[in-house]
Each structure stands twice: as structure tokens, then as C-alpha cells.
Unconditional design. Structure first.
Lengths: 175, 140
């Protein structure tokens, strides 16, 4: 099956910065997998939380042989959802990715980006990317309003502190 | 032949053949089934073949419950699948008199599914296998 590869530059000018030993470096590509159990009882992004430097390209890959997934950020322009990405960053939606398909997005604006899988938000399939660190110019912290997000989604976001401390947070119970 | 089974009698019907419930419609053993059945992967963004279920066909008018007809990689009917949203069941919705693709039901698997295009809500899969080797034929 041919892979679908799309690249979307998110945001304006970014500053490449190395801000921690486990941070994904600017100019590199970091991968986030979309996975599920064989019968689809559980679905998740792995890692569920990731720290990267501004200028990093995120590649979402559907590793689930029996399901399709999306990477969709929370933004009013996409399905009228609340904004949970930095102001000035362009929203992205991968559309449905079949098994083996991938989607790339370039993140340049510092801050916290929350995203979800369109058909699996109610199953808690969400993720969080932290670009840069608090204090960076233009930094936009995590959204604090629950808005219309289901509880299972809100519970699925790792804390910014945990992401920055370890560089990546794996989903609970997953290696 | 199609069979109509009420939810209340499903358990009994799964253990015995019930030719008396035969429906006027028929489902061919070989894919594709006739209209109004349509290939699920052509209706929603899902793979052609789903491990554990096979290549699925459904009459869109019967969504979300189905029946979905699952064919193996050789195009032979292997399973009938029903998908019932948990939220709907909790709300009092019942799914009665659902049809099945064959009167030979060798085993049934029931399990939770978090959702997928076509049936987005978390739901239960009821998989009726048609033949002792049917499960292995759609395993992967």
C-alpha cells in the first residue's frame, strides 16, 4: 500500500534550540505511532507525550493493521473544537491514515500542542507535544479549560512537566 | 440463506440449525454479495481486509448494527458480524431480528471495540463464525 506523505509547516519563524538531553533536536524527524490491540479494544498514540525543539518535523505513522486513525489538533477551524495549540501555529489534520500511511507536520512555534484521533477521541486516543520550553519567546502553555473534551481525553494528556522531565511519555501499560 | 433471529433467541439459535427461520433473501458463499451490500472499505476509510473479521460488506441502511458479512482472502463467506454501540444499548436501544449470513454457526466471539470509521462510538463486536475453520481463515 503506498504511503501518503504530507508535510505541513506549522507556525512562522522558529528558533532551533537544544533544551534538554532527551529533547528531539531541531531539524530532525520524530515519529509518533498510532497503534491498537488486534481486536481494537484499545487504541493509542506512542509516545503519548513528546518534547521536541522548535523546527522538528513530527511524523505520524499508522502501525495498526486493523484500523485507520487521524492526527488532528484541537483548533476551532477543525470540527469547531477548542484551541489547544499555540496562537500563531497553523492547525493540522492528517485525514484518515490507513495501515502503513504516514503524515508529517513541521512545528516551529514554542508551546503545547494537543491532538487527538478523530474516530477515537472518546476512546482516549489523544497526545501532547511540547515544543521548546516555558519562557521561550512566544511560548503558549497548556490549555486549562476542559471545554467540550470528554473526560477520557482530558485524562489522557500527560503533564507538561512529565514530558519535559523525560522527553517522552509512553501510554500507560504500554512499553 | 438469510436467517432472522431475535436477540432473545440468539443463544439457542447459535447452537442449532434453524431452517424454519430462513429469509427470502440469500447470501452467496462467494464475495461479493449483491446490492444493497457494499464493500465497507469503499464506504469508509478502512483497510480492505480486517484481521479477525475479513473483507467486510454491509447494507449501509443497517448501520451501525449490520449484519456485516466477512469474507476470507479467497472470497468465501466466513463470518457475520454485528456492531452495537455501548451507549445506545445503555440508552435502551435494542437490535432485534437481525439477519445472519449462513445457518451454519460454529462459534461466536463477543468483544469490545473502541471504535473505527463507520461505527465511531465504542461498541461490541458479535462475530458469528460460519464453519470450524472460519476463524482461522480471517485471522490475518
Amino acid at each position: 500500500m503506498p504511503n501518503r506523505r504530507q508535510v505541513l509547516a506549522v507556525g512562522g519563524a522558529g528558533v532551533a534550540a537544544l533544551v534538554g538531553p532527551s529533547l528531539v533536536l531541531a531539524g530532525t524527524v520524530a515519529e509518533i505511532g498510532m497503534q491498537g490491540t488486534s481486536r481494537g479494544e484499545h487504541v493509542w498514540f506512542t509516545p503519548v507525550g513528546l518534547a521536541v525543539a522548535a523546527g522538528t518535523t513530527l511524523r505520524f505513522v499508522n502501525l495498526d493493521p486493523g484500523n485507520s486513525h487521524t492526527s488532528t489538533c484541537y483548533h476551532p477551524s477543525l470540527f469547531d473544537r477548542p484551541q489547544r495549540i499555540p496562537t500563531g501555529a497553523a492547525p493540522w489534520d492528517s485525514d484518515f491514515l490507513l495501515p502503513g500511511d504516514s503524515f508529517e507536520v513541521l512545528l516551529t512555534v514554542p508551546g503545547v500542542y494537543d491532538f487527538y484521533c478523530l474516530p477515537h477521541e472518546h476512546a482516549g486516543m489523544v497526545g501532547r507535544i511540547v515544543v521548546g520550553r516555558p519562557g521561550d519567546e512566544g511560548w503558549h502553555g497548556a490549555a486549562t479549560e476542559a471545554s467540550d473534551l470528554p473526560a477520557v481525553a482530558l485524562d489522557g494528556f500527560p503533564s507538561v512537566e512529565a514530558i519535559l522531565q523525560t522527553g517522552r511519555v509512553m501510554p500507560p501499560g504500554r512499553p | 440463506m438469510f436467517l432472522n433471529l431475535s436477540a432473545a433467541t440468539l443463544g439457542i439459535a447459535l447452537m442449532i440449525a434453524v431452517p424454519g427461520l430462513a429469509h427470502a433473501e440469500s447470501v452467496p458463499e462467494d464475495a461479493p454479495p449483491p446490492a444493497p451490500y457494499a464493500k465497507v472499505s469503499e464506504l469508509v476509510p478502512l483497510p480492505d481486509f480486517l484481521p479477525g473479521l475479513g473483507t467486510l460488506f454491509v447494507d449501509p441502511a443497517t448501520l451501525p448494527a449490520g449484519p456485516f458479512l466477512g469474507y476470507d482472502r479467497d472470497g468465501k463467506l466466513a463470518a457475520t458480524i454485528f456492531m452495537t454501540p455501548i451507549e445506545d444499548l445503555q440508552g435502551g436501544t435494542s437490535y432485534n431480528d437481525l439477519a445472519v449470513g449462513s445457518n451454519e454457526v460454529s462459534s461466536v466471539d463477543i468483544y469490545y471495540n473502541a471504535g473505527h470509521p463507520g461505527v465511531d462510538k465504542p461498541h461490541a463486536h458479535f462475530v458469528l463464525f460460519h464453519g470450524a475453520d472460519a476463524k482461522s481463515r480471517v485471522a490475518e
